[in-house]
Design a protein around this ligand. Structure first.
Ligand code: HEC
Length: 655
């Protein structure tokens, strides 16, 4: 063991120095390869996530270590591409993986494009997967067999890969399961030589503080997680599960791609924290010396969020009994507005009565009948989805609540096999004097979505065009069980695009606001484009039904394509109210939902899902006969979500 480590360390140093590894006495590349691979999730160069265990239905998963700009790696990639083509119909998955420090995702994306790679390249940025697989150089192939518990059935050069796949497909063992890879530059894994140091990572000084900062808020008494991390013994007993949940990016539940945007409420592990935790776990989670910080500080989750304290006003909604099974219609609960005069909110926190069954809450303020219209109409007075945190409005701004009238809450419950009673409370935090700016919000949605049955990665886009300059405060994506990944980008009037948020893997169980550290300036004429990818295949374990074409709908078995943004208009202040801009923003709602290729026109095949009923009218609607419906033509033809839904009642349309 020792000699392998030393040679590897030497190879690493040589690789760092940029010297070709041919000079170094090559270590056998098979020496570090494990019997089995633990679960992991990595993001590819197109920002889609791939989780190893998701693919448990495939006969084999082939992964090749790849480096940018290297002749050997490129030749190996080309050869592997040919094998992939030959096994096209066999259900074998092919990947490359880049574990090189200093080879960025963008650089690797460029390499993938220039070399026309036929398979995704996974970015092993923390090297934790490469370390686990024992990768030493480029061009090493791993054939992983899910059926055998993700066994490494073969490790060796591309040249013998087809033979290995054949054996796996035939249910036989591979004749030469470990073949030394002798060509190609080594890939430096600086942590590999540090096994002794990893065994010395201090639980007390290094690990417990990470768990305290990133896990305990939920994993404590009164927290939302099913168990608490309140001592070394608990952490140790969960060690394999912690490793699995962190490597597969399920825990902590924060899913924004760290390369896109920076967010105030970023609860992810930093790269360093992630590596420290995993290296410590892989070293056997040693206790070491020092006090047990988790035991000493174990507490109870506060009733209301610590950072906000006790709300100024708490409302308690009526109790609702959720049955054990079946579908529960949305429950509408109306209460008197607790604020008698116009009020500004700075934060709202929702405390579900029964988290297991409360799926989501939306709300709005409605004025009393016959009352004069409010100077600034009210909007949501609190919303909740699983994993939600309190909604805190950006400094300088407030959310208006006109005095009087009613608060209506739409409560969505899901049944979980056990009856439960929910009584939800909402805490309001008010501003003592009017703010400078008004928090506004809008939703980018695609009510024309249609997700074909069985399709594993179906893409939909929708946009809204901002008629005036604005500053974005909050980004909030929402879909149901089939949502796989989501992005928001802006396209400025000059055609330039930039990403604002990317969730390579969306998780229905964890929906939350992403608040940019600095409000994002959006220029007039900019489109905010949301892209959703849906997994309507049977392999999506959360999918309620993979055998149906899915269209827009509010129930969880239907689908949503929904992206809320909170913002303020650049020119709007409390003394210069611009309700007109809110109205103007909605001008692009219909075209933004339908126009899937964002070319400012709706082609006939973009009329899908609930909007398919408009198809027979297409020729009449296309006044200038250019084959597309622009914003004006859609307006002239009165095409909207409401009209389409009405048409649908009689139409015999394939949904
Ligand atoms: C925002 C709340 C929250 C935070 C923060 C959080 N967890 Fe969890 N955790 C949960 C909930 C809820 C569950 C149970 C449901 C589930 O698995 O999603 C859970 C389950 C788990 C499980 C067991 C099931 C599984 O998914 O593997 C492990 C292990 C775990 N968490 C580890 C961690 C670690 C380690 C951290 C910190 C790095 C962490 N959690 C941070 C809420 C949280």
């Amino acid at each position: 063991m020792k000699s392998i480590l030393m040679t590897t360390a030497l190879a690493a140093i040589i690789a760092i120095a940029g010297v070709s590894s041919v000079i170094a006495a090559p270590a056998p590349t098979t020496g570090l390869v494990p019997e089995k691979v633990g679960n992991f999730q990595l993001t590819d160069t197109t920002r889609l996530a791939h989780e190893l265990f998701y693919f448990n239905y495939t006969p084999a998963i082939v992964v090749m270590s790849q480096s940018n700009g290297s002749k050997v790696s490129r030749e190996a990639a080309a050869e592997l591409g040919k094998i992939q083509a030959a096994y096209k119909d066999k259900g074998v998955l092919f990947y490359m993986m880049n574990s090189n420090l200093g080879q960025s995702r963008d650089a690797t994306a460029a390499e993938a494009k220039s070399q026309k790679f036929a398979m995704p390249v996974l970015m092993d940025e923390l090297q934790l997967v490469g370390e686990q697989l024992g990768i030493q150089r480029e061009g090493e192939v791993f054939v992983i067999e899910p059926k055998g518990g993700f066994k490494v059935a073969y490790h060796g050069p591309v040249a013998e890969t087809a033979k290995a796949i054949d054996a796996v497909l035939a249910g036989k063992s591979v004749a030469n399961p470990r073949v030394d890879v002798k060509v190609g530059s080594t890939i430096a894994f600086p942590e590999r030589g540090k096994a002794a140091e990893h065994a010395n990572i201090s639980y007390a000084k290094d690990v417990a503080p990470i768990i305290q900062a990133k896990c305990v808020a939920c994993h404590q008494d009164g927290g939302i997680a099913p168990f608490k991390f309140d001592s070394y013994e608990v952490v140790k007993s969960f060690a394999p599960m912690i490793q699995e949940s962190v490597m597969s990016e399920r825990m902590p539940p924060y899913f924004a791609d760290p390369h896109v945007g920076t967010f105030k409420n970023d609860h992810g592990l930093s790269y360093e924290q992630n590596k420290t935790l995993i290296h410590w776990l892989r070293a056997g989670a040693p206790r070491g010396s020092g006090p047990d910080v988790l035991k000493e500080t174990a507490g109870k989750a506060p009733e209301w969020p610590t950072e906000l304290g006790k709300p100024d006003v708490i409302v308690t909604l009526p109790e609702f009994d959720v049955p054990a099974s079946g579908t529960v219609e949305y429950q509408n609960m109306r209460i008197d507005n607790p604020f008698k005069s116009d009020t500004w909110l700075k934060a709202i926190a929702i405390k579900p009565g029964a988290r297991s069954v409360l799926h989501h809450v939306t709300s709005n303020h409605s004025p009393d009948r016959g009352s004069a219209p409010a100077r600034i109409p009210g909007g949501s007075v609190g919303s909740y989805t699983p994993g939600a945190e309190p909604q805190v409005i950006a400094d300088g701004a407030g959310a208006p609540v006109p005095g009087g009238g009613k608060f209506s809450f739409s409560m969505h419950y899901t049944t979980v096999g056990k009856a439960a009673a929910d009584q939800t409370q909402i805490g309001y935090y008010t501003l003592k004097s009017p703010p400078q700016f008004i928090k506004r919000s809008t939703v980018i949605s695609d009510f024309a979505l249609k997700i074909p049955k069985g399709e594993a990665r179906h893409k939909e886009i929708a946009y809204l065009e901002f008629p005036a300059d604005a500053y974005l405060y909050t980004l909030y994506p929402h879909s149901h069980y089939r949502g796989w990944s989501v992005e928001l980008k802006q396209k400025t009037p000059d055609g330039k695009e930039s990403l604002l948020l990317s969730l390579p893997k969306y998780d229905f169980n964890w929906q939350r606001d992403y608040d940019p550290v600095e409000p994002i300036h959006i220029k007039a004429g900019t489109k905010l484009i949301a892209t959703w990818i849906y997994d309507n295949s049977e392999h999506n374990k959360a999918n309620p039904d993979s055998t149906i074409n899915v269209t827009w709908g509010e129930q969880s078995f239907e689908e949503m394509m929904y992206f809320r943004v909170n913002y303020r208009w650049a020119d709007e202040t409390v003394s210069n109210v611009r309700n007109d801009l809110q109205v103007k923003l909605m001008d692009s709602r219909t075209i933004g939902a339908l126009d899937n290729n964002a070319d400012d026109k709706v082609q006939i095949d973009e009329l899908t899902g609930t909007m398919a009923s408009v198809k027979p009218r297409f020729a009449d609607l296309d006044l200038n006969k250019d084959g597309g419906l622009d914003k004006k033509e859609l307006e002239a033809g009165n095409v909207s979500r409401a009209t389409a839904t009405r048409d649908l009642r009689d139409a015999d349309i394939d949904l």
